[in-house]
Design a protein around this ligand. Structure first.
Ligand code: ADP
Length: 516
């Protein structure tokens, strides 16, 4: 009897399994996904879980190793640009908070940190790097929620690179005598560092890691649009046991940054942001003996020669301008194509753009996420509308864009001329302008015809041509047959109105050292 029952049960189970399988098959064959011409299949959503982070209702300032309320008692709402939902409030620091932070940094500099050997300082940097790696998922999710960039970018680019900068600079901490061989070097003191919203944690790492490796202390002002990962980095500093006051993080808006720049006891200012604010800062501290480095805007040329591997170059164009929604100072926003391959390049580019997935940045399949904040989206739309009136050929990828949140489909203007506004002004969005050239000399002249000089890309199979063109370009970073590749060992910085000073590599340490 019992045996019979058991058999019956077995039969029922296997039938159920069969039923389940056949149901699955039916669902697949009756898929309602509409396939675009040329597309083999549509992607199902693959969302990253946000359960790994807990967003606080309120974030305080990180001063002297502790979380403190702002003197003003004021907080600002932080928004997720992909959903327009709140990500809690963060404190607005004023002059008094900045003064407290600078005093804490001075005390740490005069005290334990300033006296510590390079070898021991390096150990703290290694610790921070390791914790960043251990908590990488948390950082990636937070970066994407806060800034709207695709999770695959924060996960595979921003966070690993931030950790790599701490690792790299940790290695320098006890070898500073080799930065300027044959000369004695020493730290500078308190560094005031101001960063933008496009690579929040990475910019914090670019600034903090070399400063600490050289024996300085820091007051960092994150961008008001993206404070969360810098505040989590403060937690990491606590976890690493970094002596209090070595790193202070004061959130706020422009006036908070201005108070930091103006503070009398700051020895060095490092700023990454817009050219207008950079110029203002340079003017404001020109009469002081503060050291200054500026990493500002760009309108970088991506140059495609007829002998380039065109399919790879298409990927380079996509990566150059649409990576991180075009929110990259060194974005390849001016495409220069050799005339004979212009049509094929544009044709292939259009095809590739139509397969880009724009949408939820937390989806692992997403190529282009949300524009960082509403004002930026408005600015991009205004510039695009103005450029459309100019007569260049406009093309926008026919891709679906979510209704809620701040999104902009990738687009380009073709047949532009060097005097067009869209060729001259930085858009900081997924908007490309295209021009042609006939000779390498013409490519160089057109590429240099800008007030900026941050980066450039050259695509050619001929090494000698790459070297010849690179030699003529006035740009701080030049990529050959690739674009937007970053490495902590490689210096980054600009010519002309793109700023001065370098970050990364041995060069990146120089602004944080005094030569005796
Ligand atoms: P964007 O236009 O890309 O937001 P900004 O240059 O305005 O670039 O901002 C970059 C950083 O500079 C942010 O952290 C911002 O708060 C800060 N900032 C803005 N105005 C000033 C200022 N007058 N002095 C110092 N920092 C400022």
């Amino acid at each position: 009897m019992t045996k019979k029952k058991a058999t019956k049960k077995k039969v029922t189970k296997s039938t159920a399994k069969k039923k389940k399988t056949s149901k699955k098959k039916t669902t697949r064959t009756t898929s309602t996904h509409k396939l675009k011409p040329g597309m083999v299949f549509e992607y199902d959503p693959a969302p990253e879980s946000s359960a790994v982070v807990s967003i606080k209702k309120k974030y305080e300032l990180f001063i002297d190793g502790a979380w403190v309320a702002p003197e003003s008692g004021k907080y600002l709402n932080n928004e997720n640009p992909a959903t327009e939902e709140s990500l809690g409030k963060f404190a607005i620091g004023n002059e008094k908070d900045i003064d407290k932070a600078v005093k804490a940094a001075r005390k740490a500099y005069e005290g334990e940190w300033g006296k510590m050997s390079g070898k021991d300082r390096g150990k703290y940097l290694f610790r921070i790097a390791r914790i960043l790696q251990e908590r990488a998922r948390e950082f990636a999710v937070l970066e994407t929620l806060d800034g709207g960039k695709p999770i695959k970018e924060s996960r595979d680019v921003d966070i690993p690179l931030a950790a790599a900068h701490f690792f790299y600079n940790a290695g320098w901490a006890d070898k500073l005598e080799y930065v300027y061989p044959g000369k004695d070097v020493k730290s500078i003191g308190v560094c005031g560092q101001i960063i933008p919203w496009n690579f929040p944690l990475l910019m914090a790492a670019w600034k903090i890691a070399p400063a600490l490796a050289c024996g300085n202390t820091v007051v960092l002002k994150p961008a008001e649009q993206t404070p969360l990962t810098a505040l989590l980095l403060a937690e990491v500093c606590q976890e690493a046991g970094l002596p209090k006051g070595v790193v202070n993080i004061v959130t706020g808006e422009g006036p908070t940054g201005a108070a930091l720049v103006d503070h009398k006891d700051v020895n060095k200012v490092a700023f990454t942001g817009s050219t207008d604010i950079g110029k203002l800062i340079a003017k404001n501290i020109g009469h002081t003996n503060k050291k200054l480095t500026l990493e500002l805007g760009g309108k970088s040329a991506n140059i495609i020669f007829a002998d380039a591997a065109i399919d790879q170059a298409i990927e380079g164009i996509i990566n150059g301008i649409y990576f991180n929604q075009g929110h990259v100072c060194c974005a390849g926003s001016r495409l220069l194509v050799e005339e004979s391959v212009h049509d094929i390049v544009v044709k292939k580019l259009k095809k590739r753009m139509s397969s880009l997935r724009v949408g939820d940045p937390m989806d692992k399949n997403t190529d282009i996420g949300a524009i960082n904040h509403k004002e930026q989206l408005v600015k991009i739309k205004e510039m695009v509308a103005q450029a459309k009136k100019g007569g260049a050929d406009f093309h926008q990828a026919d891709v679906k864009v979510p209704r809620k949140g701040y999104y902009h489909a990738p687009c380009f203007f073709d047949n532009c001329s060097t005097s067009d506004m869209i060729v001259r002004d930085e858009v900081f969005g997924p908007v490309l302008s295209i021009m042609t050239f006939r000779t390498p000399e013409e490519a160089i002249v057109k590429a240099n015809d800008t007030q900026y000089g941050l980066a450039a890309g050259i695509w050619s199979e001929k090494g000698s041509k790459v070297h010849q063109v690179a030699g003529g370009l006035k740009a701080g970073v030049i990529w050959a047959n690739t674009y937007n590749k970053f490495d902590p060992t490689s210096p980054f910085g600009g010519y002309k109105e793109s700023g001065f000073g370098r970050e990364g590599g041995r060069h990146g340490l120089l602004p944080y050292l005094e030569v005796k």
